[in-house]
Design a binder for this molecule. Structure first.
Ligand code: KIV
Length: 264
C-alpha cells in the first residue's frame, strides 16, 4: 500500500503508531521500504553520518537533491520526505519555495521537512499553498546547534515548553501535515501530540507521540561517533562489518581468497 500524508493522518485517528527511519541512498532505502517502514526521511543528518561532518550545517541543496534522487529510485510504498538543509529556507519565502520545489521536482520527494516554529510560518504557508506538503521539526533542531550550544534536551523550562506547544499549534495552523519532536521531555511531547490533530513523530521524545523516527545507522549500530540515550540498537553492524573486513583481509594476505570455486 502506498503511504501518503492522508494515510498518516488516518493512522493517528485510528491510534496506529507511525514508523519512520532515515535513508541517504538507494541500498538502505530499498531495505527499509521492503521492511514496511511508513516514512523514509532523507535527513540532513547525511552531513554527519554519510559525509563525516560534525554538524548538519554544511549540507547543501545540491547534496540533498542527490541523496533524495538516490533514495527515490528504491522507494515504492513509504512516504518519501526530504530535509531542507540549513539556509535553503531561512532567508526568504522565495528561497523556501524554490528549495522545496527542487526536492520534489529533481529529487522526487513527496514532502519536505523544515526546522523551526514561529520564524518559518510564512515559508510553511507558501509551500503548502503551492501543493508541497511540509513536515515541521521542533525541539532539539540540529541546524540550531550553535544557538543551543550543543545537542542538549530542549523544552525543560516552563517558558520553553510553552513556546514549543505554541510553535506546534502554529505549524499545524500554517498547514504542516506532521511534526517531528526531537529530544524534549516525554510529558511535554505527550501533551503536544494530544493537542495536535496532525501526527507528531518523536525522536528522544518518549513513547506517547504518534510515531517514532531514528537515524537508521544509529539503530543498526553502524554509526559509532556517539550514542544518544534515546537510540535503541537493534543490531551491531559496525562490529559485524569490521569482523567481515578483517576476515577478508586475512584470507587475501594468506592466499585463502579466492579459491578455485571463485576463479575462472
Ligand atoms: O536529519 C535527520 O535525520 C532528522 C531526523 C533525526 C529526524 O532530522
Amino acid at each position: 500500500m502506498k503511504i501518503t500524508v492522508k494515510t498518516l493522518r488516518a493512522m493517528k485517528e485510528k491510534g496506529e503508531k507511525i514508523t519512520a527511519l532515515t535513508a541517504y541512498e538507494a541500498l538502505f532505502a530499498g531495505l527499509l521500504d521492503e521492511s514496511g517502514i511508513d516514512v523514509i526521511l532523507v535527513g540532513d543528518s547525511a552531513g554527519m553520518v554519510f559525509a563525516g561532518h560534525d554538524t548538519t550545517i554544511p549540507v547543501t541543496m545540491d547534496e540533498m537533491v542527490y541523496h533524495t534522487r538516490s533514495v527515490r529510485r528504491a522507494v515504492k510504498s513509504a512516504l518519501l520526505v526530504a530535509d531542507m538543509p540549513f539556509m535553503s529556507y531561512q532567508v526568504s519565502v522565495e528561497d523556501a519555495l524554490r528549495s522545496a520545489g527542487r526536492l520534489l521536482k529533481e529529487g522526487g520527494a513527496e514532502a519536505v521537512k523544515m526546522e523551526g516554529g514561529a520564524r518559518i510560518l510564512d515559508q510553511v504557508k507558501v509551500c503548502v499553498a503551492a501543493g508541497i506538503p511540509v513536515m515541521g521539526h521542533l525541539g532539539m533542531t540540529p541546524q540550531s546547534v550553535n544557538q543551543f550550544g550543543g545537542f542538549a534536551t530542549q523544552g525543560k523550562k516552563k517558558d520553553e515548553a510553552e513556546t514549543l506547544l505554541g510553535d506546534a499549534l502554529a505549524l499545524e495552523a500554517a498547514g504542516a501535515f506532521s511534526l517531528v519532536l526531537e529530544k524534549i521531555p516525554a510529558p511535554l511531547a505527550a501533551a503536544i501530540s494530544e493537542r495536535l490533530a496532525i501526527p507528531a513523530i518523536g525522536i528522544g521524545a518518549g513513547a506517547s507521540t504518534d510515531g517514532q523516527i531514528l537515524v537508521t545507522q544509529d539503530m543498526l549500530g553502524l554509526y559509532e561517533k556517539f550514542k544518544p540515550k534515546f537510540v535503541r540498537r537493534y543490531a551491531e553492524l559496525a562490529a559485524e562489518v569490521k569482523h567481515a573486513v578483517s576476515a577478508y583481509a586475512d584470507d587475501v594476505r594468506h592466499e585463502r581468497f579466492p579459491d578455485e570455486t571463485e576463479s575462472f
